[in-house]
Design a protein around this ligand. Structure first.
Ligand code: GDP
Length: 296
């Protein structure tokens, strides 16, 4: 379970704090030291941890908190608030164009779960009564087009493909035209991923972006890769100005560092969380619910 280790450690810290009754400034300091270590152990970005703990400490040593009847409870509430803020505050929803179709470009490194997530997103949109078109724009990975077509069949959702001999830019343009003519609400463009970020990949993604002017560029990152995922998000954001991240494999045994760091490091909100391999295992990302999961 994501955040399990972090949740356990914070619960120990806060139980000790509750046991004390009245709190002194040094009690708070001691608790903050523990919070800091717990976050670092959960693989949260070092700078993010530092700023977070400082913010919480400042609020927690305030007169009103220490002199209240339930100081420990107040400190926990502050941690809860700040964790929620750290992950973006309120839920960041997927864009919807004033005039359909809404164009969504899916980007990410190979293996992050981009193609699967594109299918999951189509399913999510369909459940909301939308009519999405899947676009097979990854022309380099031999199985990618086939994979998307199979997903399309499972989801009973049309897949736009021009094979692997046409440039991704031309595919994206033609797909958009096709969507306009046929009244699709959303165009979900699966793009090529590589094992590593390289200039050729970025240039091509920029060309696709310039060609179709997406309302949303969603970066799919693997939560299991921890701070590497944050690094990847930072680079993609700088190059492409992504509008949101989707964190996959949060059902796995990840410590949660990526979930807690991505927003603070890159400024990009996490919009969805992948919670499994099945097509319905995609959830809108709720910062407050995630914080509650950590604090129990
Ligand atoms: P791509 O190369 O980025 O397009 O990655 P794929 O969509 O092919 O996914 C790579 C692997 O990750 C596949 O085995 C997926 O089933 C798996 N995967 C994707 N999202 C999730 C998720 O949220 N949880 C789990 N457990 N596996 C996932």
């Amino acid at each position: 379970m994501v955040f399990e280790g972090l949740a356990n450690r914070l619960q120990d810290t806060f139980n000790r704090l509750r046991g004390k009754g009245k709190l002194s400034e040094s009690d708070v300091k001691e608790a903050m030291r523990e919070v800091r270590l717990a976050l670092l152990e959960a693989d949260v970005n070092f700078k993010v941890v530092k700023e977070f703990v400082e913010k919480v400490r400042e609020r927690a040593v305030g007169q009103e908190v220490l002199q209240s009847l339930t100081p420990a409870q107040q400190v926990i509430k502050i941690v809860n608030d700040e964790l929620t803020q750290l992950m973006g505050g309120s839920q960041a929803k997927i864009a919807q164009a004033a005039k359909p179709p809404t164009v969504v470009m899916m980007v990410g490194l190979q293996g992050a779960g981009k193609t699967t997530t594109t299918g999951k997103l189509a399913q999510f949109l369909k459940k909301q009564g939308k009519y999405p078109l899947l676009v097979a724009g990854d022309v380099y990975r031999p199985a990618a087009i086939k994979q998307l077509q199979i997903l399309g069949e499972q989801l009973k959702t049309p897949v736009f493909s021009m094979g692997d001999q046409v440039s991704p830019v031309d595919i994206a343009k033609a797909a958009l035209e096709h969507a306009r003519v046929h009244g699709f609400d959303y165009v979900l463009i699966d793009t090529a991923g590589r094992l590593h970020i390289d200039e050729a990949l970025m240039n091509e993604l920029k060309m696709v972006k310039d060609a179709v002017n997406p309302h949303e560029i969603l970066l799919v990152v693997d939560a299991m890769t921890g701070q590497d995922a944050v690094q990847v998000a930072d680079t993609f954001h700088k190059e492409l100005e992504v509008t949101g991240a989707i964190l996959t494999k949060l059902d796995g045994d990840t410590r949660g560092g990526a979930a807690l760091s991505i927003r603070a490091v890159t400024g990009t909100p996490i919009k969805f969380a992948g919670m499994g391999e099945k097509l319905d295992a995609l959830e809108p990302f709720h910062p407050d619910r995630m914080a509650s999961r950590i604090l129990g």
